[in-house]
Write a protein that binds this ligand. Sequence first.
Ligand SMILES: [Zn+2]
Length: 365
Amino acid sequence: MSQDSNLVSAESINLAVSSALSEIDKANDLDELKLIKLNHAGDRSPIALANREIGALQGEAKSEAGKRIGQARSVVKEALDNRMVELQNNREDSILVAEKVDVTQVLANAKSSSLVVGARHPLTTIAEHIADVFIAMGYEIAEGPEAEAEWFNFDSLNISEAHPSRSSSDTFYVESLDSGVVMRTQTSPVQMRAMLERKPPIYVIAPGKVFRTDELDATHTPVFHQVEGLAVDKNLTMADLKGTLDHLAKTMFGEEIETRFRPSYFPFTEPSAELDLKCFVCKGVNKKKNFDCKTCRNEGWIEWGGCGMVNPNVLETAGIDSTRYSGFAFGMGLERTLMFRYGITDMHDLVEADIRFTSNFGLGI
Ligand SMILES: [Zn+2]
């Protein structure tokens, strides 16, 4: 124990302090100082080890050693603090110098042919294009969170607790599983939010990211984009819905495009329909022999989205009197729309962020 008790001697403590101060003074940067702090003020530093020996001392020796070590600690701590402030200031100064922007340099680069001009991603431009079509008809853009309350994503939309889409094999749940928060599987919760925030008449369009547990392949991706529309007003009918979607289809695919409704089922609309486009490759005349249309798989039509009249249960959930108001809603995938519009055959092209792909779409706004 004699060796250990030496640790608390005035000589040992003075030596520990002077060696700490000297190293602190020489520290060149914050990383070095961190190491020095560990060596001289950490749990295994000479001063800390000395501190542990105090318990074994008695009487005056104990109180003197305690005082000595306490003073030594505060001297070292103060030196560390001061040096840290100095080094932080030095670092900030050097960052300001290193990151200085020479604004005249930009002009010099612009003259050079090596300047790479990027392009906006076609998903962004198509989402804006669709939003513009609806803004021109008096709609407003509505937004909602991507991490969404399960209630908004499912329950409020008349989707029962037993519905298979709610299982964690289809839906990403935010930890923990009983948190009641999911990565939204559709943009429809934005419709419910829009109805709760507004009074009819309501005309909103909601483009955004949605999430499902699909593997990435040629036609699927776990993160994709939808655009969804909702109208709530007096006397709205399926005819208004059809006219609205025909207009959208024409702005997307040209005046020649034909659409049809095919009866379907969704919990949040009644009646519900799938929206099909007449195949623009074979023009629906695929029945001819010797022509195999890969785009529509010889169906003559391709599925574009889903739609229908808003289920009165959903209107009532949003506090809207379903005897006075009716509504229609529709939604479609943006990736799918983009693939149809430009003949893109592989989803990978849309998610891999290859500038050679996006540049093909130019700087369209
Ligand atoms: Zn076809």
